[in-house]
Design a protein around this ligand. Structure first.
Ligand code: LLP
Length: 401
């Protein structure tokens, strides 16, 4: 990252590295090449910025939506309805109607009442609704409590013990076409055994269905593959190979069955940074605070999930022309990096080592491409953050020069 290109830009803003995104997508496609029956839907909740969607579309991925707003956004971005799956425990009638009107690939249905409403609306509008039943597989994931979704006590999906009954119901309700089964056990999962557990559970469920003479055309295992928040420079591209191999080696697909995925974070997480400027360095008695102009309004993950994003002082790193590991003790200090919002949880990091930091320095909060911009809010009447790609910023500055 060349700091001269960004020094004069008003902060805070998201900076997207579309080259890295393209590299990540190429790595994904290279793995998919080995699995012709695998289909990836990008989980647009992770990042819906137009510059991101352009690259996702160019790579030919499908889309996973969780709201009518997301469906509209991706249709506007040029995705085709038959590339869209639509999940969510609480789909409103207008959102279902939108999906029906456009003939999306599947509604990932999470409850019996939802199934009945979809059937009713489909009948009214003389359409057939494509359905995947989201089954709660009661598989725990090694991740943060608040982003686990596949345990029996979580609100998501249909209890696996009810699966056979709901499939029977699906066949009796009008205007429904059952396409498949859908699962998603959680997010930021780095232990491949969690995916193996899911695969094994799906094998059991498919065996049970086979005994009843039921076979579906699609198994959708959701997303969840995590990224390396500690070392984004060393591991900019996630390990897609191990992820797909966990399924390839452990999931028994039926002949002709497609395996679908809904990856969000793994695709876009590393390509975004939140750029923020140091407003003040406050020397407390206990702590030394770096107060920056971005807060939980721009990136809520640390406040909400105690997430730790690597923070770099790119001004000082550049000035000293040293890499992190070359700093001498005297060149660094321990800091808490905090935002300006009136909430005690508005803290990006505690006790981290940074080069000696001053007012005006630019910090990059890394690995913020997923669930950063999309979760931004206007709390405290703050404006939503600006966003740039590295190319855009370079050309704007060239124009100004
Ligand atoms: N499919 C379903 C049904 C999901 O609920 C999610 C994420 C995904 C796919 C994509 O998961 P991914 O591949 O990105 O792990 N805001 C949180 C993450 C929430 C994830 C919600 N669902 C965070 O910042 O960590």
């Amino acid at each position: 990252m060349n700091i001269d290109n960004i020094q004069g830009t008003r902060t805070p803003f998201y900076l997207y590295d579309t080259d890295l995104l393209r590299t990540t997508l190429a790595a994904l496609q290279a793995e998919l090449h080995h699995h012709p029956n695998y289909v990836v839907h990008y989980a647009v909740k992770a990042n819906a910025n137009p510059c991101i969607l352009r690259e996702i579309k160019a790579a030919g991925l499908g889309i996973d939506c969780v709201s009518g707003g997301e469906i509209r956004t991706v249709l506007d971005a040029g995705f085709r309805p038959e590339q869209i799956v639509f999940a969510g425990v609480g789909k409103a009638d207008w959102e279902i109607q939108l999906g029906l009107d456009h003939g999306i690939f599947a509604f990932n249905v999470e409850s019996v009442p939802e199934l009945e409403v979809i059937s009713h609306l489909a009948q009214q509008s003389k359409k057939t609704a494509n359905i995947c039943l989201r089954i709660n597989p009661n598989v725990g994931a090694h991740t943060h409590e608040l982003i686990s979704t596949g345990r029996a006590e979580d609100k998501f999906g249909i209890d696996m013990r009810d699966m056979a009954d709901v499939i029977r119901l699906c066949h009796t309700l009008p205007h429904l076409r059952l396409r498949g089964l859908h699962f998603h056990i959680g997010s930021q999962i780095l232990d491949m055994d969690d995916f193996v557990q899911l695969a094994e559970r799906i094998n059991e469920l498919q065996a049970e269905l086979a005994r009843q003479g039921v076979a579906v055309e699609v198994i959708n295992v959701g997303g969840g593959l995590g990224i390396d928040y500690d070392q984004p420079n060393e591991n900019p591209v996630p390990d897609f190979r191990s992820f797909f191999n966990a399924y390839a080696q452990h999931l028994h697909l039926l002949p002709g069955q497609e395996l679908h995925f809904e990856l969000g974070r793994a695709i876009v997480g590393q390509c975004g940074s939140l750029l923020t400027r140091v407003l003040y360095v406050k020397e407390g008695h206990e702590q030394r605070f770096v107060i920056v102009d971005a807060g939980m309004t721009e990136l809520i993950r640390p406040a909400l999930y105690q997430a730790q994003h690597k923070i770099e002082n790119i001004t000082q790193t550049q000035n000293l022309r040293l890499t992190d590991w070359q700093f001498l003790d005297a060149d660094t200090a321990l800091y808490d990096v905090v935002g300006p919002i009136c909430e005690s949880s508005d803290v990006f990091a505690r006790d981290i080592t940074l080069p000696l930091t001053r007012r005006g320095d630019l910090l990059a909060i890394r690995s913020a491409g997923a669930y950063g911009e999309t979760m931004a809010s206007c709390y405290n009447c703050r404006p939503l953050p600006a966003t740039y790609t590295i190319e855009e910023l370079s050309s704007t500055l060239d124009d100004e020069a």
